[in-house]
Design a protein around this ligand. Structure first.
Ligand SMILES: [Zn+2]
Ligand SMILES: [Zn+2]
Length: 546
Protein backbone atom coordinates (compact mmCIF):
# COMPACT_ATOMS: atom_id res chain seq x y z
CA UNK A 1 0.00 0.00 0.00
CA UNK A 2 1.30 3.41 -0.92
CA UNK A 3 1.25 5.74 2.04
CA UNK A 4 2.23 8.94 0.21
CA UNK A 5 -1.24 10.37 0.34
CA UNK A 6 -3.30 11.95 3.09
CA UNK A 7 -5.56 9.46 4.79
CA UNK A 8 -8.52 10.53 6.90
CA UNK A 9 -9.69 7.78 9.21
CA UNK A 10 -12.79 8.16 11.38
CA UNK A 11 -12.66 5.95 14.48
CA UNK A 12 -15.80 7.40 16.03
CA UNK A 13 -18.69 9.81 15.59
CA UNK A 14 -19.60 8.86 12.02
CA UNK A 15 -22.82 6.86 11.94
CA UNK A 16 -23.56 7.57 15.60
CA UNK A 17 -23.81 10.43 18.06
CA UNK A 18 -20.84 10.32 20.42
CA UNK A 19 -17.29 8.99 20.83
CA UNK A 20 -15.88 11.38 18.27
CA UNK A 21 -12.42 10.54 17.06
CA UNK A 22 -10.69 11.31 13.77
CA UNK A 23 -7.21 10.41 12.52
CA UNK A 24 -5.20 12.32 9.94
CA UNK A 25 -2.41 10.17 8.56
CA UNK A 26 0.36 11.25 6.25
CA UNK A 27 3.28 8.89 5.59
CA UNK A 28 4.51 7.77 8.98
CA UNK A 29 2.71 10.44 10.96
CA UNK A 30 -0.69 10.43 12.60
CA UNK A 31 -2.57 13.33 14.12
CA UNK A 32 -5.50 12.40 16.40
CA UNK A 33 -8.43 14.79 16.76
CA UNK A 34 -10.70 14.19 19.77
CA UNK A 35 -11.18 11.03 21.76
CA UNK A 36 -14.69 10.79 23.18
CA UNK A 37 -17.06 8.32 24.73
CA UNK A 38 -20.60 7.36 23.85
CA UNK A 39 -23.39 6.45 26.22
CA UNK A 40 -24.88 3.00 25.82
CA UNK A 41 -28.23 2.34 24.24
CA UNK A 42 -31.06 0.79 26.21
CA UNK A 43 -30.33 -2.73 25.04
CA UNK A 44 -26.68 -2.60 26.15
CA UNK A 45 -27.25 -3.89 29.65
CA UNK A 46 -24.81 -2.95 32.35
CA UNK A 47 -22.54 -0.95 30.06
CA UNK A 48 -21.24 2.30 31.55
CA UNK A 49 -19.97 3.77 28.30
CA UNK A 50 -18.46 2.94 24.94
CA UNK A 51 -15.08 4.03 23.61
CA UNK A 52 -13.67 3.93 20.07
CA UNK A 53 -11.71 0.90 18.90
CA UNK A 54 -8.03 2.00 19.09
CA UNK A 55 -6.65 -1.05 17.30
CA UNK A 56 -5.50 0.89 14.23
CA UNK A 57 -3.57 3.28 16.48
CA UNK A 58 -2.20 0.58 18.75
CA UNK A 59 -0.58 -1.07 15.74
CA UNK A 60 0.98 2.29 14.80
CA UNK A 61 1.55 3.83 18.19
CA UNK A 62 4.97 5.23 17.25
CA UNK A 63 3.46 7.22 14.42
CA UNK A 64 1.19 9.31 16.65
CA UNK A 65 2.63 12.83 16.78
CA UNK A 66 -0.11 14.57 18.69
CA UNK A 67 -3.65 14.50 20.01
CA UNK A 68 -5.86 17.57 19.68
CA UNK A 69 -9.00 17.95 21.78
CA UNK A 70 -11.34 20.51 20.22
CA UNK A 71 -13.45 21.15 23.35
CA UNK A 72 -14.29 19.81 26.78
CA UNK A 73 -17.42 17.71 26.16
CA UNK A 74 -17.38 14.03 27.08
CA UNK A 75 -18.05 12.91 23.51
CA UNK A 76 -14.69 14.52 22.62
CA UNK A 77 -12.62 14.00 25.78
CA UNK A 78 -14.13 11.03 27.63
CA UNK A 79 -11.85 8.25 26.35
CA UNK A 80 -8.57 10.16 26.69
CA UNK A 81 -7.37 8.17 29.72
CA UNK A 82 -8.01 4.93 27.83
CA UNK A 83 -6.10 6.26 24.82
CA UNK A 84 -3.18 7.26 27.05
CA UNK A 85 -2.88 3.61 28.13
CA UNK A 86 -2.05 2.78 24.51
CA UNK A 87 -0.41 5.83 23.00
CA UNK A 88 2.05 8.36 24.31
CA UNK A 89 1.85 11.72 22.51
CA UNK A 90 1.41 15.36 23.49
CA UNK A 91 -2.20 16.48 23.98
CA UNK A 92 -3.10 19.94 22.65
CA UNK A 93 -6.07 21.80 24.12
CA UNK A 94 -7.23 25.31 24.89
CA UNK A 95 -7.11 26.58 28.44
CA UNK A 96 -10.58 25.52 29.58
CA UNK A 97 -10.46 22.20 27.71
CA UNK A 98 -7.10 21.52 29.33
CA UNK A 99 -8.57 22.36 32.74
CA UNK A 100 -11.41 19.88 32.18
CA UNK A 101 -8.91 17.26 30.98
CA UNK A 102 -6.82 17.81 34.10
CA UNK A 103 -9.84 17.30 36.37
CA UNK A 104 -10.65 14.10 34.48
CA UNK A 105 -7.10 12.75 34.33
CA UNK A 106 -6.34 13.42 37.96
CA UNK A 107 -9.47 11.47 38.90
CA UNK A 108 -8.02 8.54 36.92
CA UNK A 109 -4.56 8.99 38.44
CA UNK A 110 -3.19 9.69 34.94
CA UNK A 111 -2.35 13.37 35.24
CA UNK A 112 1.43 13.04 35.72
CA UNK A 113 1.64 10.79 32.68
CA UNK A 114 -0.05 13.34 30.43
CA UNK A 115 1.97 15.74 28.31
CA UNK A 116 -0.52 18.60 28.02
CA UNK A 117 0.11 21.62 25.81
CA UNK A 118 -2.03 24.74 25.97
CA UNK A 119 -3.09 26.32 22.69
CA UNK A 120 -5.33 29.27 21.92
CA UNK A 121 -7.65 30.20 19.12
CA UNK A 122 -5.44 32.10 16.66
CA UNK A 123 -2.38 29.95 17.36
CA UNK A 124 -0.58 27.88 14.76
CA UNK A 125 1.23 24.74 15.88
CA UNK A 126 3.31 22.36 13.80
CA UNK A 127 2.60 18.76 14.74
CA UNK A 128 4.72 16.51 12.53
CA UNK A 129 3.80 17.12 8.90
CA UNK A 130 0.65 18.95 9.93
CA UNK A 131 0.43 22.70 10.41
CA UNK A 132 -2.59 23.25 12.60
CA UNK A 133 -4.32 26.62 12.89
CA UNK A 134 -6.75 26.81 15.77
CA UNK A 135 -9.80 29.04 15.27
CA UNK A 136 -12.59 29.88 17.69
CA UNK A 137 -16.05 28.34 17.31
CA UNK A 138 -19.20 28.91 19.35
CA UNK A 139 -20.63 25.89 21.03
CA UNK A 140 -22.37 25.15 24.32
CA UNK A 141 -19.03 25.27 26.12
CA UNK A 142 -16.53 28.15 26.06
CA UNK A 143 -13.09 27.90 24.46
CA UNK A 144 -14.08 25.46 21.70
CA UNK A 145 -11.95 25.43 18.57
CA UNK A 146 -12.04 24.24 15.00
CA UNK A 147 -8.90 23.38 13.05
CA UNK A 148 -7.34 24.43 9.78
CA UNK A 149 -4.93 21.59 9.05
CA UNK A 150 -2.38 22.25 6.32
CA UNK A 151 -1.13 18.90 5.07
CA UNK A 152 1.22 18.12 2.19
CA UNK A 153 -1.93 17.05 0.29
CA UNK A 154 -3.79 20.31 0.90
CA UNK A 155 -5.72 22.31 3.47
CA UNK A 156 -8.39 20.51 5.48
CA UNK A 157 -10.85 22.35 7.73
CA UNK A 158 -12.20 20.41 10.72
CA UNK A 159 -15.05 22.32 12.37
CA UNK A 160 -15.46 20.36 15.59
CA UNK A 161 -18.84 21.02 17.22
CA UNK A 162 -19.98 24.53 16.28
CA UNK A 163 -22.83 26.93 15.78
CA UNK A 164 -23.01 30.49 14.51
CA UNK A 165 -24.28 32.34 17.59
CA UNK A 166 -24.13 36.14 17.31
CA UNK A 167 -24.83 36.62 21.02
CA UNK A 168 -23.04 33.78 22.83
CA UNK A 169 -22.87 33.78 26.63
CA UNK A 170 -19.14 34.56 26.54
CA UNK A 171 -19.57 37.22 23.78
CA UNK A 172 -17.09 35.42 21.56
CA UNK A 173 -18.63 34.47 18.20
CA UNK A 174 -17.29 31.92 15.73
CA UNK A 175 -14.32 33.25 13.73
CA UNK A 176 -16.00 34.02 10.39
CA UNK A 177 -12.96 35.90 9.09
CA UNK A 178 -10.64 32.94 9.58
CA UNK A 179 -13.05 30.64 7.75
CA UNK A 180 -13.19 33.08 4.84
CA UNK A 181 -9.42 33.31 4.85
CA UNK A 182 -9.14 29.54 4.53
CA UNK A 183 -11.38 29.61 1.47
CA UNK A 184 -9.15 32.25 -0.10
CA UNK A 185 -6.27 29.79 0.24
CA UNK A 186 -8.32 26.95 -1.24
CA UNK A 187 -9.75 24.22 0.95
CA UNK A 188 -9.34 20.62 -0.18
CA UNK A 189 -11.80 19.15 2.27
CA UNK A 190 -14.20 20.21 5.00
CA UNK A 191 -15.10 17.90 7.87
CA UNK A 192 -18.18 19.46 9.37
CA UNK A 193 -20.55 18.81 12.29
CA UNK A 194 -23.80 17.15 11.14
CA UNK A 195 -25.59 16.70 14.50
CA UNK A 196 -28.52 18.97 13.59
CA UNK A 197 -28.56 18.35 9.82
CA UNK A 198 -32.27 17.51 10.02
CA UNK A 199 -33.16 20.81 11.76
CA UNK A 200 -34.26 23.53 9.36
CA UNK A 201 -33.38 27.14 9.97
CA UNK A 202 -30.95 28.53 12.47
CA UNK A 203 -30.16 27.28 15.99
CA UNK A 204 -31.32 29.89 18.54
CA UNK A 205 -28.72 31.83 20.47
CA UNK A 206 -27.80 30.71 23.98
CA UNK A 207 -29.29 34.02 25.08
CA UNK A 208 -32.87 32.75 24.68
CA UNK A 209 -32.33 30.64 27.78
CA UNK A 210 -32.07 33.70 30.03
CA UNK A 211 -35.73 34.80 29.71
CA UNK A 212 -36.82 31.16 30.07
CA UNK A 213 -34.86 30.88 33.31
CA UNK A 214 -36.33 34.20 34.49
CA UNK A 215 -39.81 32.81 33.95
CA UNK A 216 -39.01 29.64 35.89
CA UNK A 217 -37.38 31.58 38.73
CA UNK A 218 -40.32 33.99 39.02
CA UNK A 219 -42.87 31.18 39.16
CA UNK A 220 -41.05 28.82 41.51
CA UNK A 221 -42.40 28.93 45.05
CA UNK A 222 -39.92 26.47 46.54
CA UNK A 223 -36.46 25.20 45.71
CA UNK A 224 -35.21 25.19 42.13
CA UNK A 225 -33.11 22.18 41.13
CA UNK A 226 -31.36 22.43 37.77
CA UNK A 227 -29.87 19.44 36.01
CA UNK A 228 -27.31 19.79 33.27
CA UNK A 229 -24.02 18.28 32.13
CA UNK A 230 -21.01 18.81 34.35
CA UNK A 231 -19.17 20.19 31.31
CA UNK A 232 -21.84 22.75 30.32
CA UNK A 233 -19.80 25.62 31.74
CA UNK A 234 -21.81 28.37 30.07
CA UNK A 235 -25.04 26.93 31.49
CA UNK A 236 -23.53 27.18 35.00
CA UNK A 237 -22.86 30.84 34.30
CA UNK A 238 -26.42 31.41 33.12
CA UNK A 239 -27.87 29.68 36.20
CA UNK A 240 -25.62 31.73 38.47
CA UNK A 241 -26.74 34.92 36.72
CA UNK A 242 -30.40 33.98 37.13
CA UNK A 243 -29.84 33.14 40.80
CA UNK A 244 -28.25 36.54 41.32
CA UNK A 245 -31.05 38.36 39.48
CA UNK A 246 -33.69 36.62 41.60
CA UNK A 247 -31.90 36.90 44.96
CA UNK A 248 -31.33 33.17 45.41
CA UNK A 249 -28.19 31.35 46.57
CA UNK A 250 -26.70 28.69 44.33
CA UNK A 251 -25.19 25.40 45.47
CA UNK A 252 -23.58 22.77 43.25
CA UNK A 253 -24.24 19.10 43.95
CA UNK A 254 -21.83 16.30 43.09
CA UNK A 255 -18.10 16.16 42.64
CA UNK A 256 -17.83 16.47 38.85
CA UNK A 257 -19.83 19.69 38.82
CA UNK A 258 -18.10 21.15 41.86
CA UNK A 259 -14.63 20.38 40.51
CA UNK A 260 -15.39 21.76 37.05
CA UNK A 261 -16.84 24.91 38.58
CA UNK A 262 -13.77 25.43 40.74
CA UNK A 263 -11.45 25.01 37.77
CA UNK A 264 -13.53 27.20 35.43
CA UNK A 265 -13.67 29.97 38.04
CA UNK A 266 -9.95 29.78 38.63
CA UNK A 267 -9.28 30.09 34.90
CA UNK A 268 -11.79 32.92 34.57
CA UNK A 269 -14.36 31.15 32.38
CA UNK A 270 -17.06 31.58 34.98
CA UNK A 271 -17.64 34.84 36.69
CA UNK A 272 -19.84 34.49 39.76
CA UNK A 273 -19.74 36.70 42.85
CA UNK A 274 -18.61 34.83 45.96
CA UNK A 275 -21.84 35.87 47.70
CA UNK A 276 -24.06 33.91 45.28
CA UNK A 277 -22.48 30.50 45.86
CA UNK A 278 -23.02 28.53 49.06
CA UNK A 279 -21.97 25.02 50.03
CA UNK A 280 -24.68 22.40 49.60
CA UNK A 281 -25.01 21.74 53.34
CA UNK A 282 -25.75 25.38 53.97
CA UNK A 283 -28.23 25.52 51.08
CA UNK A 284 -30.15 22.57 52.51
CA UNK A 285 -30.69 24.48 55.75
CA UNK A 286 -31.99 27.61 54.03
CA UNK A 287 -35.61 28.40 53.16
CA UNK A 288 -36.68 26.60 49.97
CA UNK A 289 -37.51 29.85 48.15
CA UNK A 290 -33.98 31.14 48.71
CA UNK A 291 -31.99 28.41 46.99
CA UNK A 292 -31.05 26.92 43.65
CA UNK A 293 -29.32 23.54 43.44
CA UNK A 294 -27.47 22.48 40.31
CA UNK A 295 -26.34 18.94 39.57
CA UNK A 296 -26.00 16.27 36.90
CA UNK A 297 -28.41 13.68 35.61
CA UNK A 298 -30.20 14.97 32.54
CA UNK A 299 -29.92 11.66 30.72
CA UNK A 300 -31.90 9.58 33.19
CA UNK A 301 -28.76 7.89 34.53
CA UNK A 302 -29.94 6.01 37.63
CA UNK A 303 -26.78 6.83 39.61
CA UNK A 304 -26.88 10.59 38.97
CA UNK A 305 -28.39 13.05 41.44
CA UNK A 306 -31.56 13.38 39.36
CA UNK A 307 -31.84 9.61 38.99
CA UNK A 308 -31.50 9.13 42.74
CA UNK A 309 -33.95 11.93 43.55
CA UNK A 310 -36.47 10.36 41.17
CA UNK A 311 -36.32 7.06 43.04
CA UNK A 312 -35.99 8.54 46.53
CA UNK A 313 -32.55 7.02 46.98
CA UNK A 314 -30.42 10.14 47.27
CA UNK A 315 -28.69 9.90 50.63
CA UNK A 316 -27.81 13.56 51.09
CA UNK A 317 -31.24 15.11 50.58
CA UNK A 318 -34.65 14.28 49.19
CA UNK A 319 -37.24 16.06 47.09
CA UNK A 320 -39.70 18.19 49.03
CA UNK A 321 -43.15 19.29 47.87
CA UNK A 322 -42.91 22.50 45.88
CA UNK A 323 -39.55 21.71 44.29
CA UNK A 324 -39.16 22.86 40.69
CA UNK A 325 -36.82 20.76 38.59
CA UNK A 326 -35.37 22.07 35.35
CA UNK A 327 -33.75 19.66 32.90
CA UNK A 328 -31.48 22.02 31.02
CA UNK A 329 -30.24 19.73 28.28
CA UNK A 330 -31.54 17.60 25.47
CA UNK A 331 -31.67 13.81 25.74
CA UNK A 332 -28.79 12.22 23.86
CA UNK A 333 -30.32 10.05 21.12
CA UNK A 334 -31.05 6.64 22.63
CA UNK A 335 -31.65 8.05 26.12
CA UNK A 336 -35.15 9.42 25.49
CA UNK A 337 -36.89 6.51 27.18
CA UNK A 338 -34.93 6.66 30.41
CA UNK A 339 -35.13 10.47 30.48
CA UNK A 340 -38.90 10.32 30.17
CA UNK A 341 -39.10 7.66 32.85
CA UNK A 342 -37.07 9.87 35.19
CA UNK A 343 -39.32 12.87 34.44
CA UNK A 344 -42.41 10.77 35.23
CA UNK A 345 -40.92 9.61 38.51
CA UNK A 346 -39.97 13.14 39.51
CA UNK A 347 -43.56 14.30 38.89
CA UNK A 348 -44.83 11.32 40.90
CA UNK A 349 -42.66 12.39 43.82
CA UNK A 350 -44.28 15.80 43.84
CA UNK A 351 -41.84 17.92 41.86
CA UNK A 352 -42.79 20.28 39.06
CA UNK A 353 -40.53 19.34 36.15
CA UNK A 354 -39.65 21.76 33.37
CA UNK A 355 -37.95 20.35 30.30
CA UNK A 356 -37.23 21.39 26.78
CA UNK A 357 -40.53 21.07 24.92
CA UNK A 358 -42.24 22.85 27.87
CA UNK A 359 -39.92 25.85 27.97
CA UNK A 360 -36.74 26.81 26.09
CA UNK A 361 -34.51 25.86 29.02
CA UNK A 362 -31.99 24.38 26.65
CA UNK A 363 -30.75 25.31 23.18
CA UNK A 364 -28.55 23.18 21.01
CA UNK A 365 -24.86 23.91 20.69
CA UNK A 366 -24.85 22.62 17.12
CA UNK A 367 -25.44 24.32 13.78
CA UNK A 368 -28.80 23.86 12.02
CA UNK A 369 -29.25 23.65 8.26
CA UNK A 370 -28.84 27.35 7.46
CA UNK A 371 -25.63 27.52 9.49
CA UNK A 372 -24.28 24.46 7.69
CA UNK A 373 -24.90 26.27 4.41
CA UNK A 374 -23.12 29.34 5.74
CA UNK A 375 -20.16 27.17 6.77
CA UNK A 376 -20.00 25.64 3.29
CA UNK A 377 -20.19 29.09 1.66
CA UNK A 378 -17.50 30.54 3.91
CA UNK A 379 -15.06 27.66 3.52
CA UNK A 380 -15.86 26.69 -0.11
CA UNK A 381 -14.34 23.22 0.15
CA UNK A 382 -13.74 21.00 -2.85
CA UNK A 383 -14.80 17.94 -0.85
CA UNK A 384 -17.07 17.48 2.13
CA UNK A 385 -16.97 14.70 4.71
CA UNK A 386 -19.98 15.07 7.02
CA UNK A 387 -18.97 14.10 10.58
CA UNK A 388 -20.65 13.86 14.02
CA UNK A 389 -23.99 12.21 13.45
CA UNK A 390 -26.01 9.15 12.70
CA UNK A 391 -26.11 8.06 9.09
CA UNK A 392 -29.35 9.97 8.51
CA UNK A 393 -27.66 13.18 9.68
CA UNK A 394 -24.66 12.57 7.43
CA UNK A 395 -26.97 12.00 4.43
CA UNK A 396 -28.96 15.14 5.25
CA UNK A 397 -25.72 17.09 5.35
CA UNK A 398 -24.88 15.71 1.91
CA UNK A 399 -28.27 16.91 0.61
CA UNK A 400 -27.62 20.36 2.06
CA UNK A 401 -24.23 20.48 0.30
CA UNK A 402 -25.77 19.37 -3.01
CA UNK A 403 -28.44 22.02 -2.54
CA UNK A 404 -25.81 24.73 -2.68
CA UNK A 405 -24.00 23.25 -5.66
CA UNK A 406 -21.44 20.77 -4.33
CA UNK A 407 -21.51 17.71 -6.62
CA UNK A 408 -22.70 14.51 -4.98
CA UNK A 409 -19.48 12.70 -5.90
CA UNK A 410 -17.53 15.29 -3.88
CA UNK A 411 -19.29 14.36 -0.65
CA UNK A 412 -18.13 11.25 1.20
CA UNK A 413 -20.78 9.85 3.51
CA UNK A 414 -18.76 7.25 5.42
CA UNK A 415 -19.01 5.44 8.72
CA UNK A 416 -16.44 4.66 11.40
CA UNK A 417 -13.46 2.71 10.16
CA UNK A 418 -13.86 3.75 6.52
CA UNK A 419 -10.60 5.29 5.27
CA UNK A 420 -10.86 8.25 2.88
CA UNK A 421 -7.74 9.11 0.85
CA UNK A 422 -6.65 12.28 -0.87
CA UNK A 423 -4.01 12.29 -3.55
CA UNK A 424 -3.19 14.91 -6.17
CA UNK A 425 -6.23 16.89 -5.17
CA UNK A 426 -8.79 14.13 -5.51
CA UNK A 427 -10.65 11.95 -3.06
CA UNK A 428 -11.18 8.24 -3.03
CA UNK A 429 -12.78 5.80 -0.64
CA UNK A 430 -10.18 3.31 0.52
CA UNK A 431 -10.13 0.25 2.78
CA UNK A 432 -11.88 -0.32 6.10
CA UNK A 433 -10.10 -0.51 9.43
CA UNK A 434 -11.59 -1.56 12.80
CA UNK A 435 -14.11 1.07 13.85
CA UNK A 436 -16.51 -0.71 16.16
CA UNK A 437 -17.54 -0.44 19.77
CA UNK A 438 -15.38 -1.16 22.78
CA UNK A 439 -17.59 -1.55 25.84
CA UNK A 440 -16.52 -0.28 29.24
CA UNK A 441 -18.32 -1.41 32.37
CA UNK A 442 -17.50 -1.43 36.07
CA UNK A 443 -15.03 -4.27 35.68
CA UNK A 444 -12.91 -2.88 32.88
CA UNK A 445 -12.32 -2.09 29.24
CA UNK A 446 -13.23 -4.56 26.54
CA UNK A 447 -14.04 -7.28 29.12
CA UNK A 448 -17.59 -7.15 27.90
CA UNK A 449 -17.60 -8.91 24.57
CA UNK A 450 -20.72 -8.94 22.39
CA UNK A 451 -21.27 -12.51 23.67
CA UNK A 452 -21.42 -11.17 27.24
CA UNK A 453 -23.98 -8.64 26.08
CA UNK A 454 -26.10 -11.49 24.74
CA UNK A 455 -25.80 -13.27 28.08
CA UNK A 456 -27.01 -10.16 29.84
CA UNK A 457 -29.96 -9.88 27.50
CA UNK A 458 -30.78 -13.51 28.23
CA UNK A 459 -30.51 -12.79 31.94
CA UNK A 460 -33.02 -10.01 31.56
CA UNK A 461 -35.28 -12.27 29.54
CA UNK A 462 -35.17 -15.19 31.99
CA UNK A 463 -36.21 -13.24 35.05
CA UNK A 464 -35.44 -13.69 38.74
CA UNK A 465 -36.18 -16.16 41.53
CA UNK A 466 -35.65 -14.71 44.98
CA UNK A 467 -35.74 -16.69 48.21
CA UNK A 468 -35.61 -15.24 51.69
CA UNK A 469 -35.22 -17.58 54.65
CA UNK A 470 -35.48 -17.05 58.39
CA UNK A 471 -33.32 -19.62 60.17
CA UNK A 472 -33.07 -20.43 63.83
CA UNK A 473 -29.46 -19.83 64.92
CA UNK A 474 -29.47 -22.61 67.48
CA UNK A 475 -31.25 -25.42 65.67
CA UNK A 476 -30.39 -24.44 62.09
CA UNK A 477 -34.02 -25.06 61.16
CA UNK A 478 -36.40 -22.84 59.26
CA UNK A 479 -38.43 -20.63 61.56
CA UNK A 480 -40.95 -19.74 58.87
CA UNK A 481 -42.08 -20.91 55.47
CA UNK A 482 -39.57 -19.73 52.84
CA UNK A 483 -40.53 -16.41 51.30
CA UNK A 484 -40.33 -16.62 47.52
CA UNK A 485 -40.61 -13.89 44.91
CA UNK A 486 -40.46 -14.53 41.18
CA UNK A 487 -40.30 -11.97 38.43
CA UNK A 488 -40.67 -12.38 34.74
CA UNK A 489 -40.31 -16.07 34.12
CA UNK A 490 -43.39 -18.13 35.01
CA UNK A 491 -47.10 -17.64 34.54
CA UNK A 492 -49.27 -17.05 37.57
CA UNK A 493 -51.22 -20.35 37.57
CA UNK A 494 -48.08 -22.38 37.12
CA UNK A 495 -46.14 -20.35 39.64
CA UNK A 496 -48.22 -21.38 42.72
CA UNK A 497 -47.55 -25.02 41.95
CA UNK A 498 -43.89 -24.33 41.27
CA UNK A 499 -43.46 -22.33 44.46
CA UNK A 500 -45.06 -25.04 46.59
CA UNK A 501 -42.66 -27.57 45.12
CA UNK A 502 -39.71 -25.21 45.56
CA UNK A 503 -40.64 -24.65 49.23
CA UNK A 504 -40.56 -28.39 49.83
CA UNK A 505 -37.16 -28.68 48.15
CA UNK A 506 -35.79 -25.76 50.13
CA UNK A 507 -36.95 -27.24 53.42
CA UNK A 508 -35.28 -30.53 52.53
CA UNK A 509 -32.04 -28.82 51.58
CA UNK A 510 -31.97 -26.79 54.80
CA UNK A 511 -32.46 -29.97 56.80
CA UNK A 512 -29.75 -31.89 54.95
CA UNK A 513 -27.12 -29.28 54.14
CA UNK A 514 -23.79 -29.66 55.87
CA UNK A 515 -21.69 -27.37 53.69
CA UNK A 516 -22.46 -23.81 52.67
CA UNK A 517 -26.24 -23.61 52.88
CA UNK A 518 -26.33 -20.61 50.55
CA UNK A 519 -24.42 -22.41 47.80
CA UNK A 520 -26.35 -25.65 48.28
CA UNK A 521 -29.64 -23.82 47.99
CA UNK A 522 -28.63 -21.85 44.91
CA UNK A 523 -27.29 -24.94 43.17
CA UNK A 524 -30.37 -26.95 44.02
CA UNK A 525 -32.74 -24.21 42.88
CA UNK A 526 -30.95 -23.67 39.58
CA UNK A 527 -31.25 -27.35 38.72
CA UNK A 528 -34.78 -27.62 40.01
CA UNK A 529 -36.02 -24.55 38.14
CA UNK A 530 -34.37 -25.60 34.91
CA UNK A 531 -35.89 -29.07 35.15
CA UNK A 532 -39.34 -27.66 35.85
CA UNK A 533 -39.39 -24.70 33.44
CA UNK A 534 -36.52 -25.20 30.96
CA UNK A 535 -35.42 -21.68 31.84
CA UNK A 536 -32.50 -20.34 33.81
CA UNK A 537 -33.67 -17.44 35.96
CA UNK A 538 -31.21 -15.67 38.22
CA UNK A 539 -31.44 -17.29 41.65
CA UNK A 540 -30.78 -15.21 44.73
CA UNK A 541 -30.98 -16.60 48.26
CA UNK A 542 -30.80 -14.50 51.41
CA UNK A 543 -30.40 -16.14 54.79
CA UNK A 544 -31.50 -14.32 57.93
CA UNK A 545 -30.50 -15.96 61.18
CA UNK A 546 -32.09 -15.15 64.47
ZN1 LIG B 1 -19.68 19.39 22.10
ZN1 LIG C 1 -19.79 16.64 20.22
Amino acid sequence: MNNENLRIIPLGGLGEVGKNMMLYEYKDQILVVDCGIMFPENDMLGIDYIIPDFQYLVERRDKVKGIIITHGHEDHTGAIAHLMEEVNAPIYATNLTRGLLEVKLSRNGMLNRANLMTVQAGHTVNIGAFKVEFFHVCHSIPDAVGLGITTPAGLVVHTGDYKFDHTPVDNWPTDYAKLAEFSARGVLALLSDSTNADKPGWTPSERVIDPAFDQVFSNAKGRIIIASFASLISRMQQVANAAERHGRKLAFVGSSMTENLKMARKLGYINVPESVIVPIDQALKMKPEEVVLMGTGTQGEPTSIMGRLSTGTNRHFDLIPGDTIVLSSHPIPGNEESVNRTINRLFRRGANVIYEPIAPVHVSGHASQEEMKLMLHLVKPKYLIPVHGELRHLYQHKQIAQGIGIPAENVAVVENGQVVEFRSGSMKISERVPGGYVFVDGSGVGDVAPSTMREREALAREGFFLVSLLIDKKTGKLREEPEILTRGFVQKDFSDQLITAACRKITETVANSNGSLQEDLEQMLKTFLFNETRRRPTVLVTLNKT
